[in-house]
Design a protein around this ligand. Structure first.
Ligand SMILES: [Zn+2]
Length: 345
């Protein structure tokens, strides 16, 4: 049981305001203190208030009692914030020097907790780490916040491994919008292309329909609900929304002539099959399923069709599949230029 008088004796008056504790409030973990803004309730973190901790870190309204050396060892920023004369000058909480992380660093309490979970091996950042966990550690370990260089590098690699970088791997990334925002914010270039593609092709962005390209064929008007922005399902900045919109325009412009041009083969008989089946097997399904806006997936559908059963010879099937795979690669490469990623990678 601590009493306010005990602290008053121990500490200089100037520090007393921060560390004034009332026994009644300590019982439920609330440490009231007065700051320049007035009365605020500081909360002892329910998990990271370690009895033998040697440093109290304050983020937002939360207090963490942790081990100074664990934080200092890998972070130049924390090392400088808690080094030198810090011990003597810092206010004290529960007998420990108190580091109030500057608000400018923008360190979120939940993110800091996730960082501690890694540092204390409660939830080390493993290959199966969830995206929110990776995002929290990427932010806190960055130079802008607490600067853990090695951990930051590891976290970037984790983030990169969460998104396939192959044009034939189709992404079922759970939160592509949050991931893209983070990847752009922290310059993780390797995964940006796949994320831009996923969002641009799944956000129901507006694009020009290729009216009149093939006589008698037009996209079913109600096949695709067209929304002016992806805001209804994706949470993206206007700038990123614009980049997705431009990418989709480029994809559609590039892919339209490919989709609407009937494939030709080395043999006349095989070309005849394509001529007959291209409309019902390729164009019509593509128009019904937003296939024009998703070149990679649509090309894969074309590759996977059983052309042999339609009467195309084995040699032509092999040649055409090779060609369509190359076309997937071409789209993938061209995206670098459309997104302006080439010189950065
Ligand atoms: Zn053939």
């Amino acid at each position: 049981m601590y009493a306010a008088t005990f602290w008053r004796r121990l500490l200089p008056r100037s520090l007393f305001t921060l560390t004034s504790l009332s026994a009644a409030n300590m019982a439920n973990g609330i440490v009231p203190s007065r700051t320049e803004d007035g009365e605020v309730g500081l909360r002892r973190h329910p998990k990271y208030w370690l009895e033998d901790g040697s440093l109290v870190v304050r983020t937002q309204g939360d207090l963490f009692k942790v081990h100074r050396t664990i934080l200092q060892r890998h972070s130049p920023v924390l090392s400088s914030l808690t080094g030198g004369t810090f011990q003597e000058e810092a206010g004290r909480t529960d007998g420990c020097p108190t580091l109030h992380l500057p608000d400018e660093l923008g360190v979120d309490s939940a993110d800091f907790e996730t960082l501690l979970e890694h540092l204390y091996h409660d939830f080390p950042l493993g290959p199966d780490a969830s995206f929110p966990r990776v995002a929290s550690i990427l932010r806190t370990s960055s130079k802008r916040q607490l600067d853990f260089p090695l951990l930051h590098e590891l976290t970037r690699q984790r983030l990169e491994s969460m998104v396939p970088s192959d044009p034939t791997a189709f992404y079922e990334v759970e939160r592509p919008d949050d991931m893209l925002t983070l990847a752009v914010d922290y310059d993780v270039y390797t995964i940006q292309k796949a994320l831009f593609y996923t969002i641009a092709t799944h956000a129901n962005l507006q694009h020009d329909e290729p009216e009149g390209l093939v006589p008698g064929v037009s996209a079913p008007k109600d096949a695709e609900p067209v929304e002016p922005s992806p805001a209804n399902q994706f949470n993206l900045s206007p700038e990123l929304t614009k980049r997705c919109q431009r990418l989709l325009d480029d994809l559609v412009a590039h892919f339209t002539p490919i989709l609407f041009t009937v494939a030709t083969a080395g043999h006349m008989a095989c070309t005849d099959v394509f001529a007959e089946q291209w409309m019902p097997l390729v164009i019509q399904p593509a128009l019904e399923n937003s296939g024009l806006c998703r070149p990679l997936e649509t090309l894969q559908t074309i590759i996977d069709l059983d052309w042999k059963a339609q009467g195309v010879c084995e040699e032509c099937v092999r040649d055409k599949r090779e060609e369509w795979k190359e076309e997937q690669g071409t789209v993938w490469e061209k995206m670098n230029g459309w997104l302006g990623l080439s010189e950065k990678q």
